[in-house]
Design a protein around this ligand. Sequence first.
Ligand SMILES: Cc1cc2nc3c(=O)[nH]c(=O)nc-3n(C[C@H](O)[C@H](O)[C@H](O)COP(=O)(O)OP(=O)(O)OC[C@H]3O[C@@H](n4cnc5c(N)ncnc54)[C@H](O)[C@@H]3O)c2cc1C
Length: 444
Amino acid sequence: MAEKLVLVGGGLSGSLMSIYLAKRGYDVHLYERRDDMRKGDYQGGRSINLSLSTRGLNALAKVGLADDILKIGIPMYGRMMHSIEGELKFQPYGRDDQAINSVSRGELNIKLLQLADEYPNIHMYFNHRCTHMDLDNNVATFQNREDQHIKVEGDVFLATDGAFSAVRDAMIRNPRHDFSQTYESHGYKELEIVPNADGSFQMEEQALHIWPRSSFMMIALPNPGGNYTCTLFLPYEGEVSFEHLNTDEEIMNFFETYFKDAIPMMPNLLEDFKNNPIAHLVTTRTYPWVKNKSALVGDAAHALVPFYGQGMNCSFEDCVVLDQCIEEYGADWDRILDVYQKRRKPNADAIADLAIQNFVEMRDLVGDEEFLRRKGLEKQLIDHYPGEYKSQYERVTFTNDDYKEALMAGEKNQQFLNLLIENGLENQIDQENKIRPLLNEWFN
Ligand SMILES: Cc1cc2nc3c(=O)[nH]c(=O)nc-3n(C[C@H](O)[C@H](O)[C@H](O)COP(=O)(O)OP(=O)(O)OC[C@H]3O[C@@H](n4cnc5c(N)ncnc54)[C@H](O)[C@@H]3O)c2cc1C
């Protein structure tokens, strides 16, 4: 049995993975660049809330945390679309009982660190930044707050150090190592919708709000404090873009034109807009994920754009699959890591593609009548034939099916909807004698 497991990065996937390993009896050493989040400032400059769905919950359930996290989250049963005139339209995500959950990134990370702390075989080191990884000799170098450089040896290293992973940087210097990094032409800025004076929500609480404006959009996720974290996704350049939003007047005109109904709920709009940075959206793909005894996990292996709300969910699923591989292959770490990367890579690629596709859906199609008609048809199918018809969204968000299957199912689903529409069956979904044979024929 490999004794000493070193995790580089104590964010979401690092803290969860450390618990999986500790449960198996390993001597786990978790190194984190930042200070201990449990001390206070836990936003870490990143998005305040995240949507947690079935895959993430499944991963948390295995360490007994799912229920605790659901208690601090807010279920969102669908999208609430805000038209330019301020009209609202609600589109459910799935069946009436299916919701994604808005949870605080900081609180989630803290709960994971708290649980990790309960294991005597997990040792945590904060303010330790990995500056170098010697992949051939299994030695990582960390710089601490006192500017000391500490060399750490280990039997296995897991790189859970996020989208700009230092361990991955070392890997990609090796021959025949693929790596690509693609930035979107849009950046994003975080803003806020505040609560009413009595602390209540100013909009529907159990929904993800979207202001789709074709080439750009704003979204808002509820927080338990009654406020919403808003994210404006906008091109960097062009006619309507960040480059033209510099003065108070330009900013206010832009919001008056496109997000008028939100302005009264955003008293700090100008201040937030000017103070908060424009953040970037990147997709990274790389392979292999393993070199010698080091492997990439989470965003270090696959940074996604956030439009399917799956980056963390996918990262947590990496932990589940890696844990399954340990279960299957015992002490054979070469095998464990190799099977892990082969199982996960096609799925990580699929969700990266789906996330990019979903940006178009969110910013543009959710305001489109034909698109909504098809979504309505899918909803009827899901309600009448649960398990027999699964929408792509349902597969990604409410199941643990492989992402690559969800990607492939998308086209097949669209063809099936075409078949129903062309045969005039759109309003006869409840007629099982007509619809069930078609479902069987098409999907089996
Ligand atoms: C705007 C936005 C919205 C998002 N929304 C969602 C969502 O709704 N749902 C969802 O599932 N996902 C979402 N994501 C994605 C999600 O944030 C990531 O997929 C998730 O955080 C990945 O977890 P991780 O642990 O792999 O990386 P991270 O959370 O980035 O953690 C990496 C950790 O490693 C540490 N670190 C970095 N470098 C070093 C180093 N050299 N040495 C030591 N430590 C280091 C960091 O300080 C950090 O603690 C969103 C992302 C963005 C940007």
